[in-house]
Every structure is written in C-alpha cells, then in structure tokens.
Design a protein around this ligand. Sequence first.
Ligand code: AMP
Length: 253
Amino acid sequence: MKLINTVEDFQKVRKTLDKSIGFVPTMGNLHEGHSSLLLKSKTANDITILSIFINPTQFNNEDDFKHYPKTLAEDCKLAESLKVDYLFMPSPSDIYPDKYTFKVSELNTSSILEGKHRPGHFEGMLTIVLKLLLIIRPTRAYFGEKDFQQLILVRKMVEAFFIKTEIIGCPTIRNKNGLPLSSRNSRLSAEQFERAQMFPKLLHTSESTEMIVNQLISAGFEVDYIEDYQNRRFAAVSLDGIRLIDNISLEAI
Ligand code: AMP
C-alpha cells in the first residue's frame, strides 16, 4: 500500500493510473463497516483507494470533532491486510486552500432529518465529497447505507454536477444485537455501550414513532428524531452527548 499525503502528490500518481478505480472515503478509526466497502471495491475494480480525512467542516459540534477517535496505526494495518493500493491522507490546509469560502449547498433533502439537527453538516460533507471525487476521479465510489441521507445526497450531487463516478451503496454492518458499527461507538463506556444495544431493538418494533421516542427516553436516550421518510425509518439519539444514528427499511418491521 502506498501512502500519499498531499493533493499534489496524488495528482502525479493519478496521471499514471489508467485502470478502474474504486474509492472509499472515510474519517478513519476503521471497523468492519469500512472493510465491507473496501472489499466491495476490491472485487469490482483494478485499484482500490482509501482516504482518511477527519473533515473539520462537517462537524457542527466542537467536542465531537475534538474527540473523534484516531487510530492511524491500526487503520494502516487493516488497510494493508485488505490489500488497499493507495491510502490518501491529506491535511485540512491542503484540502481547503480557499479556507472553505467555496461550499456545496443543497436546498432540499439536506434540511430534514440529520440536516435539521446538524446545521452545516451536509454542506461540509458534500463539499469534501466533491473535492475528493474531483481529486481521485474514481470509476466507482462506495458509501454505507448507515448514513442513508448522506448516500441520497451524494447520488443527487453527482447527478447535478455531471460527475462520471458511479456511486455504490453498501448495506449497514451491525453487531450481533443489530447495533450499527460506528467509530463513535468506541467513545461509549461499557455501561453506555450496553444501553446502546436497545436502540436498534426499539427501532425495529412496529409501534408508532411517538411510542418509540417515549421508550427510548425512558431507557435513558436523548432523542433527536425518529421519523419515517420514503419507506425508511430514520433515527438519531445520544447517550450522554455521544450521538448514534441508524435507519432501516420499513419493510423490515
Ligand atoms: P465514516 O468514516 O464514519 O465517515 O464512514 C465512512 C464510510 O463508511 C461512509 O460511507 C459510511 O456510511 C460507511 N460506514 C460507516 N459505518 C458503517 C457500517 N456500520 N456499515 C456500513 N458502512 C458503514
């Protein structure tokens, strides 16, 4: 695996690549959810590129940004074991030479669900994804259904800006209790992690969303939203300030 730390260096390498490229953008602290995206890329492309970039512009909460888990040595080992070809790890100043004066705004889907509760999050996310797609120019890019609203928005952006990359959605990888694997799970204490196992269970019940909200509150969660939208149930909760999101197809209930 070749490590590339600057946009300029990547662009030099990119000129030498004329095969199919699969791209998996991440913020690191890799787990089996990320691995599933990388494995999909490996099977469909000649070259797989992973990026690790904790994108400052998509955090609307300073504490969340400051404490975002960083496990670079383990991430490199996992990426090597999965035979990733290139690991791209640019710095914020390299990615934002404009100091984030240019940004991508979407005026419809980004103002509901996550967007309503995390002002500026989707602007930051769409801006970094656009920049990465323009730098990497992949044949295919892989995104998890765990962040379903993100996946919808990325698909719409790619269509709106005539970007040729094919966007591939990948199923959510969960633990044995149905809790989606997430980098933020590692911030939970043992007791909080135990409590978190209730989240997917309650989400999957056939009760009304109002009832589920009440049950989650009784179980000690702070609830941002539980909402049914386009045949899916979307949810965001926090445990002592640590935010967890999930979504499921309503057909799974
Ligand atoms: P992140 O590093 O959290 O920004 O995630 C990078 C990519 O991995 C995104 O496309 C996520 O949707 C995806 N991802 C994160 N967790 C999971 C999971 N448990 N299952 C499937 N994909 C995931």
